[in-house]
Design a protein around this ligand. Structure first.
Ligand code: HEC
Length: 124
């Protein structure tokens, strides 16, 4: 392999790593699907709570997160299904990674732009 090829591969890997560090894209998409209709845009939702609060809600495959939504049975069932899938950990990663004390600042890209508050606040 010549030097140029090595350089290309390194640059590619570094770029990918940077992207991965920004935010969990799969998790953000899952948030849009499952949560945004009530709690607003992804960055807004994630920023409602602190990292430790999200960790607590996601403890044991999101037991607490499910519990708070138990009153809405159709949503509860959807969340129950989602929590059984492997992709659920991406939702957790996204929310913790973008919590109010995470230090990450929401940007603008193909997936998200701006902050829109939701109808239902997560904090009373
Ligand atoms: C159909 C609307 C709806 C959807 C969709 C929804 N929620 Fe909620 N959420 C609520 C309601 C209603 C409450 C309770 C508010 C209250 O008790 O005042 C709530 C409460 C919460 C709370 C506060 C928990 C606490 O400690 O009281 C959090 C955090 C939360 N939701 C996160 C999420 C996440 C993450 C998703 C997506 C996986 C989601 N919600 C999807 C309606 C929704």
């Amino acid at each position: 392999m010549n030097r140029f090829m090595k350089f290309l591969i390194c640059t590619f890997c570094a770029t990918m790593a940077l992207h991965a560090a920004e935010y969990d894209e799969k998790g953000m998409k899952l948030y849009k699907k499952l949560c945004a209709s009530c709690h607003g845009s992804p960055d807004y939702g994630a920023g409602q709570l602190e990292q430790a609060e999200w960790e607590d809600l996601f403890f044991m495959h999101g037991q607490k997160l499910l519990q708070v939504h138990q009153t809405k049975s159709s949503l509860y069932q959807r969340l129950q299904k989602a929590a059984k899938k492997r992709s659920f950990r991406h939702l957790q990663a996204y929310l913790i990674g973008n919590a109010s004390d995470s230090g990450s600042v929401g940007g603008c890209d193909g997936n998200r732009c701006g902050i829109t508050a939701g109808a239902i606040p997560m904090k009373k």
